[in-house]
Design a protein around this ligand. Sequence first.
Ligand code: ZN
Length: 442
Amino acid sequence: MPQVAPRRWNLTVFALALFFVTIGCREPVDDTRLDVLAADAIDWLVRHQEPDGFWSGAAFDLVCAEEHDEPCGGLAGSAVHDVGLTALAALALMASPTADSDLRGPLDQALEWLVAQQDSTGNLGLADVFNHTYDHAIATLALARAVRLLGRDDLRAPLVDAVRYLREMRTPRLGWRYADFSVEMRQHASDSSVTAWAVHALLAAQQAGIAIEQDVLAQGLRFLVNMTDDDDAQAVADAEEAIEKARAELTRLTKLHDDSASSAAAISAQRSLIQSLEDEAPRAKATGRTGYFERGGLVSRIDAASELFPWSKSEACTAAALSCRLGRVGDTEHLDEAHELMLARCLELLPDVGNPEAFDAYGWHYVSVAVAHPLVPRRDAVRWRDALATTLTELQRTDGCARGSFDPHRFAWGSAGGRVYQTAILALAAQAHRGRHLNPAP
Ligand SMILES: [Zn+2]
């Protein structure tokens, strides 16, 4: 009997060793760097909140001037998107672990200001601004998260009105874009960027207990699927048809063969053509890319910024669509082929995360949201977050009043959004790993 105990002990040691070899030695997740830089970004946001509770894209420097020796400076953002900016900043604060304690005061002020902007149609944005759909969708998302994360049940009524307005803003193509009086609407009825914000808002509202018409949500998601080159069936069929035709031509040439040099050359050329068609066929496979308003197309860019920030260095629309499609935890047990393809497309950005041409905070935010989904392999999520933490640590300001913020001129959309936007969206990206944005399955 005395010998049994040591044997059991040995078995226990062996089992523990096996556990640590198989489980414990997996790549550690250290999000400390992201947590620290997110806290600094939020500190900057709180210091630059207006006394009335909102954040000003164009005039945030006025708050600096009152409280600090040197204003932050840099590019000013648009003056007509303070609703969207305030909603983004509120979302960043809500993603923090101290949302319900230290940050509760600034958050309640921001939410109160947002609700005060709502008109009788339910619209939270400025109705005469052509792209106020962005403001409205992001503000709807913020209200929905406030109901769920902060227990703000008093916001249910304005949220219901906001969801109704969002539904009414759908375009004939069943996605979302700009206000119907805008010229852009006549060129392209829907785009995947506004649609992604709208879908996230609806998913969050649904999770907050608001009844959402399922066809509205399903059609929004369908639009994002339609914009994604995630099915290679057509490309493969086209390649096969071309090869078949080339082979038929080879058969015809062979039958006509008369031993002349020209005939032999034609046959040889045709064989080369078939070979090249076969070689190229694999490259015709789906790219996994979501286009801005065409299937598999490129992202959107302000023309003036397209040279500094080339289209090809961003997968913002792919990541936005993927984050929506993975939006409901528990819908599936594993990533399907299309999602794997989209994820791979996003992760191809990794070598470029430190490349200034690829500084697209909007896209990085959505990649961060997508890789935080439990179905995404842990190793991929860790690789992404490590690369992001390294680059953001280098880019974050550490001096003066600007401490914690990000200089907008370094990023693709900085000239439109300014310092408040830049800092809020990166604070969201840095905190995506906490999963507070995820919409668990109803
Ligand atoms: Zn400042």
